[in-house]
Every structure is written in C-alpha cells, then in structure tokens.
Design a protein around this ligand. Structure first.
Ligand code: TXA
Ligand code: MG
Length: 329
C-alpha cells in the first residue's frame, strides 16, 4: 500500500477521518507518542492494526475519545473516582481501564472484559476523533518491539507502506506513553507508569494509589502484569544498551571512560545523559532511534535517580531498553 502523508489542514484532516470511517489506518500525533489509529468498534480495523505493527493479538489497544460523553457507550460502569480523574486530567496523558460494554469488540481489547480509554491532548488527535465520529483504537505507531515514535518521521521509518496515512503533526512533548490506571477495583492502581503520577491521583481523589506489584522490579515469571503490554521487552534499540547508576559526577566520569574504551575498540558509541526526568521522558525514545539510525553499536546511559515518580516512569522504559543491564558505580 502507498501511505499518504497528510498535514493538519482542515482538508487533510477530513481525508484522514474518512479513511478511519471506512476501516483504514491513520497514524496521528498525541501529546505522549504517535498512535496508529483505526475505528475501535470495527474488529477488522483492529486486526489490521495488529498486523501492521506485528503486535501479539493478546495485547489490547487503547480506545481514544474526544468527548467525555462517549464513555457511556464504551464502559459498562463509570465509577465516581474514574469520572473525577477524567475531569481533572483529560485531555491528557492518562488511560483509564473500565469494564467494557459488548459494543467494544474482543479484537480491540485482546479478549479482555475491560477496555482502556483515553482522551489525548493534541488538537490534531481530538479533531481526527471528532471528525471520524467513532472512538479510535490506537497503540503506539511503532513496529512491535521498537521504541515508541515521538515524531512523524519515526512513524514513516517504521510504518511506511503499512498504514493508509500518516498525519505530519507536531513532535510529542510528553515523550513516554500515558499512565494506565485500573479503575475496576475499589482503589485505583497504576498498571503502566507515566507522567500522571500516583501522587497526582491521590491529590485528585484523596485515596491511596499504588502500582501493580508486577511492574515494580525486574520481570518475575511468578507475577503477571495486569496490562498485558508490560510483559513484553519493548523499547529495544538495536545497539547494546548499558545503564550506569550512582552519584552524578561519578557516573559521568565512568561513562566517559567507558565510552573511550568502546571507541578504541572500534565500536560506535552513543552517550545518553539527561538533566532531569522530564527532559529524559521527552528525549529518550528519539535518542534511542537516533542511535540506531546512526548505526551505534553501544549506548551508554546515565540512570535516573528513582527518587520521584516521573523518574521511575522513565526508568521503567530505560531498564527495558537496556534489557536490565544496569551497573551501580
Ligand atoms: O500514550 C499512549 O497511551 C499511546 C498513545 C498513542 O495514546 N498509546 C499506547 O498504546 O501506548 P499501546 O498499545 O502501545 O499500549 C497500551 C498499553 C499496553 O501495555 C496494554 O497492555 C495496556 O495499555 N492495556 C490496554 N487495554 C488494557 C486493558 N483493558 N487492561 C489492561 N491493560 C490494558
Ligand atoms: Mg506501545
């Protein structure tokens, strides 16, 4: 298939919406990462999404809406706490897992009885959803296993010829995928960490909010994550990635030395160091992709001190990228 590259002009957005309405796939910007979207209520569209990404079909898709009133159509229950979070954070980088109605096909939810719903903040995403007139199922618009795309060019690198259209929107400001929160139990629980932190959830709801224990440490075969996607490696660059943790100036010196050693062995070596966790979130996936496109053999990265929740969220991705190859120095 020949992929159409569209702008965010009204005319192009109408073309994109018509593609979604007629069962096709359109990649679009969100404030977190680019998504590969199709009509969430059409099982054939969802199947096409899995095929285009090469994604295992037991890993459910997030359903994107542009209007809170659409929740009732998709969720069998919308508890007060879920509504409060939605009203406080949406449009924004948060996904709520709720019991699903039958109208949401199993092909979209990977056979689960629940559906993950999110209202993204990028104006082009909201416009695409409302012009399409249907909720849009969209995973991150990367080939399965690659880092999530934060620019439309990344989507082109992975999905050219596999999506009907790509909207050439803005670079993503968030840079890591939305926080996924299970709202089906008495208390909220974070299934995938992101920029909306447990502290923020507690501030809004006044109740405790923890993490799914399965996402806290290294993958443990005895603990199955409640978000099926969290069991996959994900985010992997082609280069060998190694993390170094410890006091900043010491880590910086060790990485410099190690980079020199790798280069002297003829290995193309990239170094990743960030000032803070927000900068790391915004740049990590882009930097991993750049390292790959420049043919890096080795990536040496400074681990973030996990003393606050956004750093924990970014480290969740970094550790997966590095295959848990981390050294305390
Ligand atoms: O920021 C984002 O969330 C981006 C943009 C495009 O919105 N989307 C995204 O989708 O990251 P994806 O498919 O790459 O990740 C969805 C995550 C997976 O870990 C999946 O297992 C989980 O959400 N998920 C989806 N539906 C679920 C459900 N019903 N119960 C538990 N986890 C679910
Ligand atoms: Mg993804």
């Amino acid at each position: 298939m020949k992929t159409l590259y569209l702008s965010t002009s009204k005319q192009d957005m109408r073309i994109a919406a018509a593609i979604v309405r007629t069962g096709g796939l359109v990649a679009f910007p969100t404030e977190t990462v680019y998504g590969l979207g199709g009509n969430a209520l059409d099982p054939e569209a969802s199947k096409k999404i899995y095929a285009a990404k090469g994604r295992p079909s037991d890993n459910p898709l997030i359903v994107h809406i542009s209007d809170l009133s659409r929740i009732e159509e998709l969720a069998a229950r919308f508890p007060d706490n879920a509504r409060k979070l939605a009203e406080a954070v949406w449009p924004g980088p948060m996904t709520l897992v709720l019991p699903k109605k039958d109208i949401v096909p199993d092909a979209t939810t990977g056979g689960l009885r629940t559906v993950a719903i999110r209202m993204p903040a990028d104006p082009a995403a909201l416009e695409l959803i409302s012009l399409s007139g249907c909720p849009i199922a969209a995973p991150s618009a990367n080939l399965s296993g690659h880092p999530s795309p934060t620019r439309w060019e990344h989507v082109r690198d992975d999905l050219d010829g596999r999506a009907d259209a790509v909207i050439m929107g803005s670079p993503c400001v968030g840079g890591i995928e939305s926080t996924v929160i299970d709202m089906t139990e008495e208390l909220p629980q974070i299934l995938r960490p992101g920029l909306i932190t447990p502290e923020r959830v507690t501030e809004i709801l006044g109740v405790p909010c923890g993490y799914d224990p399965a996402i806290l440490g290294r993958p443990d075969p005895a603990l199955v994550p409640k978000a099926p996607g969290m069991k996959y490696r994900h985010y992997a660059p082609r280069a060998e990635m190694r993390l170094f943790s410890g006091e900043r100036s010491r880590v910086s010196a060790v990485i410099k030395e190690e980079a020199e050693r790798c280069r002297s062995l003829g290995k193309k070596t990239e170094v990743l160091m960030y000032e803070d966790s927000r900068e790391a979130a915004e740049r990590l996936f882009e930097d991993l992709r750049r390292a790959d496109s420049e043919g890096a053999d080795v990536i040496l990265a400074m681990a973030l001190p996990e003393d606050e929740s956004v750093a924990f969220s970014v480290m969740n991705r970094m550790l997966k990228s590095a295959g848990y190859n981390i050294k305390q120095v």
